[in-house]
Design a protein around this ligand. Structure first.
Ligand SMILES: C[S@@+](CC[C@H](N)C(=O)[O-])C[C@H]1O[C@@H](n2cnc3c(N)ncnc32)[C@H](O)[C@@H]1O
Length: 311
């Protein structure tokens, strides 16, 4: 496995490539994507009745109930966006216009709720997430315009304080074939803490001076802004054991972790899918606990983690 810094440095010193963007395009299309060095595996620890370094097959609400209050340092939540084909975003179960776009439709049971069900679901899982998060901790919640507004309102109702809304700009998003609306090319990530005293960790120096070469919007040495340009392509390793229709690239989870937590801390991934955020946590030297209801995704996640070197 190659070291990111070395691999990127190799590319950036290639004399035949003149501009930074030419060099960055090569970093982006280099397959497999250069991976950062793996951190040594941590011995699992107990968090209530659960153990870290596990992706549990089961429902977040049931499994999280056995975890103590304020027991995790970072939560990366990629919940269902409720953007599935066939869903109804009306309280009266009538389809509302305007919820389409260039989204790859996910016809999955886990992503298909009525609006009132989805609102109740969002309030419930956020309330539980808030209970589990330490005062020094951070939660990061993914969404699109289908869901981010609901997350925002639910957070305000629960007095979870939003720190930033990040726009993840997806530079290679799929064009809008019908030509009837703009090409959707971003997702939203809400960064929040549990509310009350502001003790959340922010690795400010890293955010300013860290290595974010694959982000064409991040000026080296300058403060990080709230629009991030991160390629959504996944290298072969991330897809080797099976795919998920809403799979995130590992590099995104790693950035969230690098900004707001540190090695040895505990990362909770309530909706683990095929484990991208768990692998990200592992690679950054954190403990992780993941929950996922679909057995085949759990299987892929465990295989990925095994391949990454977790015992
Ligand atoms: C948007 S996907 C997460 C994808 C993940 N970020 C990845 O890269 O693989 C959401 C996942 O949450 C799972 N899910 C939905 N409701 C759940 C619940 N109550 N408890 C645990 N997992 C759940 C779904 O099966 C789905 O795989």
């Amino acid at each position: 496995m190659r070291n990111t810094k070395v691999a990127q440095a190799d590319i950036l010193t290639q004399p035949e490539l003149k501009t930074r963007s030419e060099k960055l395009r090569l970093v982006e299309s280099d397959t497999p994507f250069p991976m950062a060095p793996q951190k040594k595996c941590l011995e699992p620890i107990s968090v209530g009745k659960l153990k870290t370094q596990q992706v549990y097959h089961g429902n977040f609400f049931e499994l999280a109930a056995s975890m103590p209050d304020q027991s995790v340092d970072i939560i990366i939540a990629d919940p269902p966006y409720n953007a599935s084909k066939g869903n109804s975003l009306s309280m009266e179960s009538q389809a509302l216009p305007g919820t389409g776009g260039a989204w790859k439709k996910i016809a999955e049971v886990w992503d298909d709720m009525t609006l009132d069900e989805y609102f109740a679901f969002t309030l419930s899982w956020l309330r539980e997430a808030r209970r589990l998060l330490k005062q020094t901790g951070s939660m990061w919640v993914h969404g699109t315009y289908h869901s981010a507004g609901i997350t925002n309102v639910a957070m305000q109702m629960l007095q979870i304080e939003m720190i930033n809304e990040v726009i993840w700009y997806k530079r290679n998003s799929f064009p809008n074939l019908a030509g009837r609306r703009l090409t959707a090319s971003h997702e939203t990530i809400i960064w929040a803490h549990r509310g009350g005293k502001r003790e959340y960790r922010f690795n400010y120096e890293h955010s300013k001076s860290g290595d974010f070469l694959d982000d064409q919007l991040k000026a080296p040495g300058k403060q990080m802004r709230t629009v991030w340009d991160l390629p959504n392509n996944k290298p072969r390793e991330e897809l080797a054991y099976g795919k998920h229709p809403a799979q995130k690239p590992e590099r995104l989870g790693r950035r969230l972790i690098q900004l707001s937590s540190g090695p040895g801390e505990v990362c909770l991934v309530p909706f683990a899918g095929v484990g991208s955020e768990c692998v990200a946590a592992y690679r950054e030297g954190l403990h992780y606990i993941g929950f996922e209801t679909v057995a085949e995704y759990v299987d892929v996640a465990r295989k990925r983690l095994d391949a990454a070197g977790v015992e």
